[in-house]
Write a protein of this length. Structure first.
Length: 295
């Protein structure tokens, strides 16, 4: 069975468990204790997951759980930055709290009108998500669609301009100045990257703008053959993918050949802002607990 991080409402009882003795503790210490007692055995890759804003996801969900318990009257904030269980919370420690128990008219689902979200197939998924989860999911949906559109655009542009796009990308990634080869007789090489100022260390580039056809072993073999004796490094880029023979040939070659398929290509272009632009920036603000802890 695949393990996953708890939903924010699944942290209700762990939070109350940590607070059950009535102790007043700092909110950061609470978050840490919940993780240490209930979730430290989760795979590290899950514990390392972050929100789009860079916050540790498990901490974010526990914090939302804490906020809902406060709304429901199960915990209070007796001092700045401090958390304490209430009598109502103590009575619920041994019960399994659900989201419906907490909401009582104050849940953020009140902000949604079902008539406006008919296009969302599973409303329960929304109900079990924090606002941060919903933001991240929407962000991921937009990013995925942009990458799909970007790959379609790459498959449609002029092949020579596609080669230039690849060289621009590598330049953005921090590689040295590039030289476009002659289109009439490039010998299978579309560009050359000089890794150093004097051009002593070179990387040869091959770019293939394919639709559905995959790059084959023969293409890799020809690329290696076209590389002159002054370099052993090459990057082969395609808008499609590589068949098993091509992957094996590049792996077994004495040269260092890096393969970049369409999916990886648009990931890199998105990351380094090549062919895309920032449309809008949203600011999400939260309480600055440190500010209110000052004298």
């Amino acid at each position: 069975m695949t393990q996953e991080l708890p939903k924010f409402h699944e942290t209700f009882n762990p939070i109350l468990d940590i607070l059950t003795n009535g102790e007043t503790i700092h909110h950061r210490e609470l978050l840490k204790r919940v993780v240490d007692k209930f979730y430290k055995d989760l795979p590290q890759d899950l514990l390392d997951q972050k929100t789009k804003s860079g916050e540790i996801l498990i901490i974010n969900r526990i914090a939302w759980g804490k906020s809902y318990l406060k709304k429901g009257g199960y915990i209070i904030y007796p001092e700045r930055g401090m958390v304490q269980i209430t009598e109502k919370g103590k009575k619920s420690v041994n019960e399994t709290l659900h989201l419906n128990d907490i909401e009582g008219g104050v849940g953020f689902m009140d902000f949604y009108n079902e008539e406006k979200i008919k296009n969302i197939s599973d409303i329960s998924e929304i109900k079990n998500s924090t606002p941060q989860d919903l933001i991240d999911r929407g962000f991921n949906d937009i990013e995925s669609q942009v990458k799909i559109d970007l790959l379609d655009k790459l498959k449609q542009i002029d092949p020579y301009y596609f080669e230039k796009v690849i060289l621009i990308l590598l330049k953005k990634m921090g590689y040295g100045d590039f030289i476009e080869t002659s289109k009439s007789n490039d010998g299978g090489i579309d560009g050359i990257i000089n890794e150093d100022k004097l051009g002593l260390d070179k990387i040869y580039i091959q770019a293939k703008r394919y639709g559905e056809n995959k790059v084959r072993e023969k293409d890799i073999r020809n690329f290696i053959g076209a590389m002159s004796g002054d370099t052993t490094k090459g990057v082969f880029v395609t808008t499609s993918d590589f068949d098993q023979g091509a992957v094996k040939k590049s792996h077994d070659a004495h040269h260092t050949i890096i393969l970049i398929n369409g999916a990886k290509l648009v990931d890199l272009m998105h990351q380094y802002n090549v062919g895309v632009q920032i449309k809008v920036i949203y600011e999400v603000k939260e309480i600055d607990e440190d500010f209110f802890e000052g004298e």
